[in-house]
Design a protein around this ligand. Structure first.
Ligand code: ADP
Ligand code: MG
Ligand code: MG
Length: 210
């Protein structure tokens, strides 16, 4: 089964609920190596997405993702706003005007998101950013799709890889973003953006019925 616009809307609502639920945890992670606002930034942004979706009714997955991108860019603030916004915008462009996302398309969208974040933030793997969760997620989703997984299962494989990737940021020294100001002292903490990426992907996967 693929994901229609309605499914993508449901996934974003699930993402918003998870972000709200983990708001304090994300604030705490960002307090350790940043400025203690990642949970607030993400919660504000995803609440605004949900609000917007209550009035607008985009009819394709791509249109839903584009709307989310626009709202995130204008409401999240911080480094993560433009980065998540760009990820959703690139995913929207990759979705084009198809009515339903199948597993290979979901994997393609995730990869487009990775490429967007990298184009914007110039982070490489191992620099302790959301890329360390998102990039392995795209790879795992692609491999699951190639083995015949449906869209939900491909997302679930992506989410699992994202959680491992986020956990893997703990020993890393940050090379990008605010945490990089701490140098070696950034080691020993999970990157907040990598954690939020993993949480969002889990919510999307669950919502897709995986
Ligand atoms: P700010 O650091 O401006 O307060 P947030 O706290 O909302 O913004 O987001 C911080 C997160 O953004 C980091 O944990 C990291 O995952 C991500 N991030 C920061 N800079 C980059 C970058 N250049 N590339 C990818 N991700 C980045
Ligand atoms: Mg911050
Ligand atoms: Mg900030």
């Amino acid at each position: 089964m693929g994901c229609t616009a309605k499914d993508v809307i449901a996934a974003l609502r699930a993402g918003a609920a998870t972000v709200a639920e983990h708001r304090e945890e994300l604030v705490q992670l960002d307090r350790e190596i940043g400025d203690a606002d990642h949970g607030e930034n993400m919660d504000r942004g995803f609440r605004a997405v949900v609000d917007k979706l209550a009035t607008a009714a985009p009819e394709t997955p791509g249109a839903v993702l584009k709307l989310a991108a626009t709202v995130l860019i204008s409401t999240v603030g911080g480094a993560s706003g433009p980065l998540y916004g760009t990820a959703f915008l690139r995913a929207a462009a990759a979705a084009g005007d198809v009515e339903e996302l199948d597993a290979p398309t979901v994997a393609k969208l995730l990869q487009a998101g990775v490429d967007g974040v990298v184009a914007r933030g110039k982070a490489e793997l191992g620099e302790k950013t959301m890329i360390d969760a998102l990039s392995p997620a795209a790879e795992a989703a692609r491999s699951a799709a190639e083995s015949g997984a449906d869209a939900g299962k491909a997302l679930a494989a992506g989410a699992e890889a994202a959680h491992e990737g986020a956990q893997g940021t703990e020993p890393m020294v940050a090379r990008k973003g605010r945490a990089s100001y701490l140098g070696e002292r950034s080691a020993g903490h999970v990157d907040p953006g990598a954690r939020s990426t993993a949480l969002l992907l889990s919510a999307f996967a669950e919502s897709a019925g995986a």
